[in-house]
Design a protein around this ligand. Sequence first.
Ligand code: AVJ
Length: 324
Amino acid sequence: MLLANTSTLDAATLQFAADVRAGLDRPGQKELPSKYFYDAVGSSLFEAISVMPEYGLTRADERVLRGHSRDLARLVPTPLLICELGSGSGKKTRWILEALREKECISYYPIEISASALASCERELGQVDGITILGIEREYLDGLREVAARRAQGAHLLVLFLGSTIGNFDSGADRRFLESVRQTLIPGDCLLLGADLVKPLDQLLAAYDDPAGVTAAFNLNMLARINRELDADFNLRQFEHVARFNGSTSSIEMHLRSKKPQTVTIPRAEFMVQLREGETIWTESSHKYSVAELKILAAASGFECKEQWIDQEWQFAESLFMAI
Ligand code: AVJ
């Protein structure tokens, strides 16, 4: 196997290589972390998914924010710093920033690991008067700690975690993540959490396996990214997109299934992976919550659920948690 000279690789690529090797070298179910979907191609494909008729999550999130940002503005303390974990394009966030701007000038810190998403967010929201934007290209918690360190005396934080990205954490990991968020906050700070709710199975399967194949392309792009950045030789045509519902975890799982026995070399991870026919690589879980479950999650991670707004058209909840 051709080994690459990895000494010249940057830290992000080395971490990517290590995570890919760890996920594909594990016994049993092979897996790849869903955060690696979001390179420039993946971020654009997700933008396309969010306008697909079958995938109503993003539109539901937007409807609730458009309809209730003023209610939210009345409930959060001032002066306020706002930071967003995984801001994506920033389109949805405009409603919140415009409602809060009526109270005072605000500083908004989008935190993103995707440089392209951060750039489009700054383009999208850079023109809104009375809002100072300071993009942070870091992992969520590192970025949040950085913002918390900038807090002026008497100022409060509003953390936005929209779009049901919380659902991508394995069960239990979502609570641990919110506990870590809570540790960076002080009583009275707030967290606005967007979470997709349980809904009919056929609706979920269509949303994660749309007939046009956009979600399939989003999933397969994970392998294309490994080819681009780690010199691998995945033949994407030898893999197929699979979306299935796991009733025991109340999650939609996405997998990539190997259509035949094959060996793939990943020189920059100094690794070769063998796949059996029908074997899958698990690339994402999207947990679907119940309203009650979200309230339990708040209490278990040091928050009180102050308010919840539910979109009825596509069962989706926006929950305002206050740190206690
Ligand atoms: C952006 C993570 C919330 O899990 O629904 C869309 C990503 N995956 N289609 C989700 C996604 C498949 C999405 N999140």
